[in-house]
Design a protein around this ligand. Structure first.
Ligand code: DC
Length: 219
């Protein structure tokens, strides 16, 4: 199986890269952040106290969480309901980051991710794919960009989807999410030693895809 790991902070361009790369190679794309977002969303909706490990574990036992592909697009389902349209708000971003620190959540989602990788050629994007989910894959990339540029991109995405927010607030929230994701004890956001580092601050998406594709051809 070909498993391509793309990690990095939000706004780095990793999802755009992963999606386009999967299309170019004709393989699946697994957005692992969407999985943490769906569980975070389920917790918000159920009124779960995300800081309380016992409540989070109880919720996990109660919900039926699935991913599926419809017309090539990855969708996330909670108890049979497609919750994909609701998981991109700033509230869900925070809930996803907070809930992802709980080992019970990571264990469940990582095992689903490994199952997909075992059965399919797939590009996975996330925070811990190269370091923890698939440490043995030879295809590892760590994508990043200056935080101002990442905040600008995220702000543009929010505005485009009708969510009004100051760019400074987006930057502050991004900084605090980066800190939380990088400092949690289990599988934090981190470049794997053998991952190729790509700084996308001044690169177009085409340049990024070309850099990654040529590296993959060389392996
Ligand atoms: O990539 P994203 O912004 O959609 O991810 C949302 C949150 O999910 C992120 O702040 C941390 C968590 N996450 C994670 O812990 N591990 C992953 N592999 C992917 C996401």
């Amino acid at each position: 199986m070909i498993n391509i790991a793309i990690d990095g902070p939000s706004g780095s361009g990793k999802s755009t890269l992963a999606k386009n790369l999967a299309k170019k190679l004709g393989i699946y794309y697994l957005d692992t952040g969407a999985m943490y977002r769906a569980v975070g969303y389920a917790a918000l909706r159920a009124g779960t106290d995300i800081g309380d490990a016992a409540q989070v574990e109880k919720l996990l036992g109660q919900i039926d969480f699935r991913i599926d592909y419809i017309n090539g697009e990855q969708l996330v389902f909670i108890d049979g309901e497609n919750v994909t349209p609701y998981i991109r708000t700033p509230e869900v971003s925070k809930a996803a980051s907070d809930i992802s620190a709980h080992p019970c959540v990571r264990i469940k989602l990582v095992s689903m991710q490994r199952e997909v990788a075992k059965n399919y050629d797939v590009v996975l994007d996330g925070r811990d794919i190269g370091t923890y989910v698939l440490p043995k894959t030879p295809y590892k990339f760590f994508v990043t960009a200056d935080i101002e540029e990442r905040a600008r991109r995220r702000h543009f995405e929010l505005i485009s989807s009708g969510i009004e927010k100051d760019c400074e607030d987006v930057l502050a929230e991004m900084q605090s999410r980066d800190d939380a994701d990088s400092n949690r004890s289990l599988a934090p956001l981190k470049k794997a030693d053998d991952a190729m580092l790509i700084d996308t601050t001044y690169m177009s998406i085409e340049e990024v895809i070309d850099a990654v594709s040529s590296k993959i051809m060389m392996e």
